[in-house]
Design a protein around this ligand. Sequence first.
Ligand code: LIP
Length: 271
Amino acid sequence: MSVISPISPADEALAARAQFCRDLALSAGAIARQAFVEGEGRPVGLKGPQDFLTETDAAVERHIRSRVAAEFPGDGFLGEESGGSVEGTGVWVVDPIDGTANFARSIPHFCISIAYVRDGEVVLGAIYNPVLDELHFARKGFGATRNGKPIRVADTRRYDAACVELGWSTRVPNQTYLQVLSDILEQGANVRRAASGALGLAYVADGRSDAYAELHMHPWDCLAGLLLVREAGGVTAPFLELDGLARGGAVLAAAPAIAEGISRATGIPFL
Ligand code: LIP
């Protein structure tokens, strides 16, 4: 007779956070969708060159932060707009609106990105596009889903059939960006940039794109998406291992068969 091993308290606690994370992404997305539909996305300021801030960013982050504090008061919180602390066993890392530049111009390509980091590992990730009502979710070791259905990375094997998204920000010199863009094109791949790194990573996990690269991303932009790609069978370059939670860093996530060539073109190693 097989003995079912009891669920550990840590796994039980994580299971509770997994359901909470999914529900929280949906409730935060409802706030963002209403503002988007009502045309309230106009920027209220610039945090830096090409780095927009809207009232909705702040409102959505307040919602997420307050729900986390109420449900899991002992967890840490790090948000793009209000900052926070990465101390503690478990930390929620949140981008309330990823793709703010799109949101601010009424382009329906933005999302809520929520990651949960426990003991230095991303163990939960939720990316929700409220306009398409698509929730990409992953729990470490349990696979990745879109609206509850399992997803897998693409099995693209030819660069001349590959589509790669190369993220951009003013944190990287234009010449460096252009060189990487040229080197990816030289591989034969198509290159796009859609201005939401989190959705770009979710699309790699979902097989809609074959790789996402960006020479510098903040942790709130990428942690949920990196877990999604790994759980969907993709490969990802080290990020948290390189102090990414505190400093951000380069991001590469790819379908396995084209990963090596994109790593060479971007100069972002997998090991
Ligand atoms: C975005 C990032 C993306 C980057 C965009 C922008 P935001 O974050 O997700 O990686 O390429 O320029 O920074 O600011 O929309 O939350």
